[in-house]
Design a protein around this ligand. Structure first.
Ligand code: NAD
Length: 260
């Protein structure tokens, strides 16, 4: 039997990158999915892609902005109405923000990045945990970043928000283990997605591919990670195969964060 048969999994930021690849992977392992992202048309495209490998999956799409608490409650309620439970939650949606020195970062940009990356993750956890505590089971996986365990530079908002996600993960993991719920985070390094392409274009708009090669030259693998190399780890955390792994933050970065 597939690991996710009869399980209901919510994925935010599901229309692109790591969220989309995780939807494909978890869908292919039998899950019913709730795909959440900003725009309905992008969600429809994501749903069509998942159905290519998982034609029998039941897939609900919910257009919602994760930085708005009422919209977060909307996708959680929609999940419970449709599937009656939440087995897994990949709390993944995030943005990078404009790169800048701290003094030039700007209060507005700082607050925008935090509202999506940190408030959005908190609202998601709070609403999903209420359901999972009543059920007495469930797995939450928050998407942090190596920027949540190390300094990156020029990313005050991103780094602060991702360090915050690590803190939220550890705090709630301590609270909810007693209810049979695991809460962990992943800390991806540079994985080639739309976000990373846009990030490289911020660094060097003309020669962003060259900038990318330079960026990964210090990685032990000397390459970018692939979204499927994250999706397989997401599937593991949410599959129920790690019931005593709680409060961890797992780098997925080819070992780069272990390097001095
Ligand atoms: P991506 O840009 O390809 O996908 C992010 C998705 O989130 C998009 O579909 C976007 O529409 C959605 N989104 C953005 N703001 C939203 C909001 N307010 N409400 C709902 N959806 C929203 O990026 P990605 O690389 O797949 O990033 C996914 C997560 O992984 C992010 O949290 C990011 O910080 C994290 N991450 C990525 C990398 C990487 O190298 N790609 C590294 C570390 C962490």
């Amino acid at each position: 039997m597939a690991r996710f048969t009869d399980k209901a999994v919510i994925i935010t930021g599901a229309a692109s990158g790591l969220g989309l690849e995780s939807a494909v992977r978890i869908g292919s392992e039998g899950a019913n999915l709730v795909l959440v992202d900003l725009k309905e048309d992008a969600l429809e495209a994501a749903k069509a892609l998942v159905l290519e490998t998982a034609p029998d999956a039941k897939i609900l799409t919910v257009a919602a902005d994760v930085s708005d608490e009422a919209q977060v409650q909307k996708y959680v309620d929609a999940t419970v109405n449709e599937f009656g439970k939440i087995d897994g939650f990949f709390n993944n949606a995030g943005i990078e923000g404009r790169q800048n020195l701290t003094e030039d970062f700007g209060a507005e940009e700082f607050s925008k990045v935090l509202s999506v990356n940190l408030n959005g993750v908190f609202y998601g956890m709070a609403a999903v945990l209420k359901v999972m505590r009543e059920q007495g089971y469930g797995s939450i996986l928050n998407c942090a970043s190596v920027g949540g365990i190390r300094g990156v530079g020029n990313q005050s908002g991103y780094s602060a928000s991702k360090h915050g996600v690590v803190g939220l993960t550890r705090n709630s993991a301590v609270e909810y283990g007693q209810y049979g719920i695991t809460i962990n985070a992943i800390a991806p390094g540079a994985i080639m997605t739309a976000m990373v392409e846009a990030s490289l274009k911020q660094m060097d708009p003309e020669n962003w591919e060259e900038a990318g090669l330079q960026f990964v030259s210090v990685n032990p693998f000397k390459r970018f990670g692939k979204p499927e190399e994250v999706a397989s780890v997401v599937a593991f955390f949410l599959s129920g195969e790690a019931p005593f792994v709680n409060g961890t933050v797992l780098p997925i970065d080819g070992g780069q964060s272990a390097k001095y």
